[in-house]
Design a protein around this ligand. Sequence first.
Ligand code: HEC
Ligand code: HEC
Ligand code: HEC
Ligand code: HEC
Ligand code: HEC
Ligand code: HEC
Length: 390
Amino acid sequence: MILDISSIRKKVFVATILVFFFWISAPRCWAKVTGVCSNCHTMHYSQNGGALVAWGSTGPYQNLLVDTCVGCHSNTSTETIKTLGSGATASRVPVVYNTVEPTYPTTPSANGPSVTLAGGNFYWVEKVGDQYGHNVISHADAVLTEAPGRNQGCTNSCHYSLYSWTFPWPNSQGHGCTACHTPAHHKGGSSTPISDEEDGWYRFLAQRHGTSNDRNIKGLEDPDWQQSVSPTDHNEYWDYYVSGPGGVYGISRFCAGCHGLFHSTRYGPANGGFYAGAWFAAPWLRHPAGIYFPSTGETSKYNTDGTGPEGVPGPYNPLAPVGRQNIDSYTAPSSSVTVGSGGDMVMCLSCHRAHGSPYPDMLRWDYTTCQAGTPNSSCGCFICHTEKDQ
Ligand code: HEC
Ligand code: HEC
Ligand code: HEC
Ligand code: HEC
Ligand code: HEC
Ligand code: HEC
């Protein structure tokens, strides 16, 4: 037999293309739980005549679960992803509350089993002080008796306290977790990486009441919840702002569900608290959020040393991330950032962690080290205000 090298090459080529095709078309449905039912459910809340040590001790729980939200999503070691069960049928749980201090990622690239996930961690608000996070787990905030910037009524609601008042679904053991999350642990499974209703939205974040979809969140979910993170390895956030009242969507609008005035960057007493004038331009009365980066000025040089030309931003920096206006075309995280009217947005999560951080007001970096005229690569303000450290 004569060896036909070119035909072998062709076959290898075709096989490579096929492998690549199956790789990119393979479903990436990270939000959906995996593992055997008994990792998470118990039919009678009883085994050998009692509750197992691995279960929560205050059951039985709704949905026949073995624990509460906090019980499953917390850990007594520093590891921020834990497992339930063992071997090939184990389930991987993202941890939001470590009872011993986890590692906070202070650089744009961080890695390791104890690095806090994208939302930060409830450790600091539980163990250090109320100002370090949303008070959800064991006690109400001693200082804040309502969400700062609150402009919605709903007396005796999560607009006042995430601890004392909880949504009835899925269980009264939900704590304030369910004020923000609409859990859908068995949803997902589409081949698109974009989370929408079928996929349990982005991180189960959906509107809690009302009829509009403005707080249903889309995004691209990092498979390890940013336990490892870099400019090319991160979540993608959706933030969107159509000019005028009623035209706001995305993650900043989500936070504004409880902190309304802080999204209304041009509301002020002079306007009677209502929208007046252009949304996208200075003067700002509060720091903009849900606003695209202008194509001129220092912020158009996002994540550069600020000495280059205007309108030319540097790469995505997970220390001060940006939101994307149109996320539907994303299939992988992107390191590129764009400015101008169709470009990327400054959002609440550019400066804050959703759950908590080692810094007051759950900021992403130590604000007290941000000194004008003093370069400091760990101060997030300088990532956008590229000339203020000069
Ligand atoms: C890794 C944890 C985990 C595993 C494994 C798991 N579940 Fe669940 N399940 C949950 C959680 C958490 C809920 C709470 C409700 C929600 O988020 O939708 C739930 C809710 C449910 C519900 C009620 C809500 C619904 O979607 O219908 C059913 C039924 C259910 N699970 C069945 C199962 C069965 C059957 C298995 C095994 C084949 C299983 N679960 C495996 C965590 C798990
Ligand atoms: C029995 C254990 C268990 C309970 C109880 C539980 N979860 Fe989960 N949860 C999980 C696991 C496991 C995952 C990871 C699923 C995966 O692999 O993506 C998860 C994932 C999540 C996520 C991230 C979803 C994503 O897109 O990555 C959120 C948010 C969440 N849970 C919130 C809650 C809330 C709120 C409650 C209480 C109402 C709750 N969980 C109760 C086990 C649990
Ligand atoms: C469901 C209502 C609700 C949503 C949604 C919400 N918050 Fe809050 N937030 C509160 C309440 C209530 C407080 C005051 C009590 C506390 O700290 O828990 C608060 C406090 C804060 C604080 C001050 C923390 C402190 O103790 O000093 C910051 C910062 C904050 N929220 C940022 C955000 C960001 C960013 C988002 C969006 C990811 C968000 N919030 C979404 C209800 C909410
Ligand atoms: C104030 C709103 C809010 C509350 C309260 C809240 N979360 Fe979250 N959570 C978020 C947001 C926003 C994200 C997405 C963070 C990101 O991607 O930067 C998130 C992300 C998560 C994730 C994915 C891991 C991560 O860090 O990104 C899990 C799991 C989770 N939340 C569970 C919980 C549990 C359990 C509770 C209650 C103890 C809770 N959350 C309370 C808003 C909230
Ligand atoms: C440019 C960074 C930045 C952005 C964007 C941002 N914040 Fe803040 N936020 C801060 C800083 C810094 C503080 C500390 C107080 C101050 O300097 O005003 C703070 C404080 C807060 C507080 C506590 C206020 C109090 O009275 O204790 C809340 C609540 C809050 N922010 C919510 C939000 C929400 C919601 C959004 C999006 C609509 C948002 N922030 C966007 C930087 C930011
Ligand atoms: C993710 C990017 C980003 C981060 C991080 C950020 N800013 Fe901004 N900031 C902006 C943008 C964009 C504007 C609007 C700029 C414009 O209109 O030209 C702005 C506007 C401002 C203004 C008003 C400027 C004016 O023209 O009125 C101040 C003051 C300000 N930021 C301070 C801060 C401080 C302090 C921090 C750190 C706590 C911070 N910013 C973090 C993007 C950011």
